[in-house]
Design a protein. Sequence first.
Length: 517
Amino acid sequence: MRKIRKLLVASLAFAAPLPTSLAFAQSAPAAPASSSPVELTTLKLMLQKGLISQAEYDSAVRDLTESAGSGAGDKGTVVLGKWATTFYGFVEADSIYDSTQSFTEVAGNNQVQRSPTAPLPGSTGTRYAGEHGRTQFSVRNSRFGFRLKAPELGSVRTSATLELDLLGNQPAVSESAFYTSPTARVRHANLKIETPIVDVLVGQYWHLFGWQSVYHPNTVEIQGVPGELYSRTPQIRVMRKFEFGKMQLEIAGAAMRPPQRDGEVPEFQGGLRFAFNGWNGMTTAGSTGTALMPLSIAVTGDYRNFNVNELSLTPTRAVSKSTSAIAIDAFVPVLAATKESKGNALSLNGEFASGYGISDMYSGMTLGVTNPSIPGSGAAGAVPYVANVDPNLVVFDPYVANQSALHGIQLTTYLFGIQYYLPGLDGRYWVSANYAHIESNNAKNFVRYTVAADPLQSQYAYAGLVRESEDWWDVNLFGDITQGVRLGLEYANFNDRYQDGIRAVNHRVQASGFFIF
């Protein structure tokens, strides 16, 4: 009986319920693996999980920093296997007041309208746009893009970028439609192949000339600002980077879309860039691209060829002209910054460019230079000449026999900027200022100064319509109010000088908000 009693007690003990926690631990089924092949993550998490290499991460951050700044690694990324797509951009809302009616929200390098106190030769009317102001509200500079990454194959990385904004060309529409129904525009559309030997980029991207967009200035104003190289074009680019300890050398060459398709020859650009990674500073390219950047200098060159239909009603031949240009850019951290200490950082940036036939590499560059009319034809003695090339690049000289002399329009520009990130605020509040100068040393050769002039010279534009030079400067205040939300305030002064010595001035005040995603 004693043995039977022991067996019953043991059986009841075995059948008794376990403590709740232990029962759950033993009976809870394992969590099922996710059935979805798609994962929403960030570039940083992908790096931490080993889904992408450090080289892939660095490449992606370089591509996104221009728009997303130092937060590029935190941008939302959709992963499907080893394929990944990162969505990025910003929503921008601008409020702008100008003292003249010279510009839309993008002032660029357009000419300032003259005031009534500076009439044109032969003109008795007022210069209405030069004496009345303008206020604009706009969201057209908002931007969004996708960066796509394919699986890394050995040491070869491939990616593609498609980026758009809302500043596209629009047909003739009402003022309301211009601002409230903007047209999408392709900024970047390219594919990139990175290998241990060379990197190759094919598609639309920044011009290499000026090593864009690395040295773009910091300003609230919509870029490109006066005197700033700011242009993108389809191209084939080859790049190579060399590391020497903390020193870095980049070499690049590119064949670009020719500025005149009838020129037949691609545009060629090349350059060198030296950087010292041991001395970094804070910088913001444009309004949103805040990041650490090393001390560096870049030198780039440009070669172009034009074949323009002769100055004739019935052209039978082309007149050729080759042009060249050089640019020097630099970034200098005066008070250095690190990832851990971004405040009390002071940096300088600068750009110098000079050459012929390069007006289209500046945003909205208008000099007012026009080709002469075709002399000795038509009832009035001359008829307009229609060139097969964009304006402000090359111009004919009617004084040369058979009107065979074609000149590149010369431009010299320089731009300097300073940025100071306030102490104790982790680089979230800062001030900046910029100064730029534009001039042409041969535009004066293609103007007329009076209504009555010799028959050939009189076909040129009045001196009062042609720019001699422009000086521009601005001051800016920026603040990151919350993560992703940035506010900016700017005052800018545009001082245009015409070939007849008259100046035209525009004052701009701009307040903008940015939601960076």
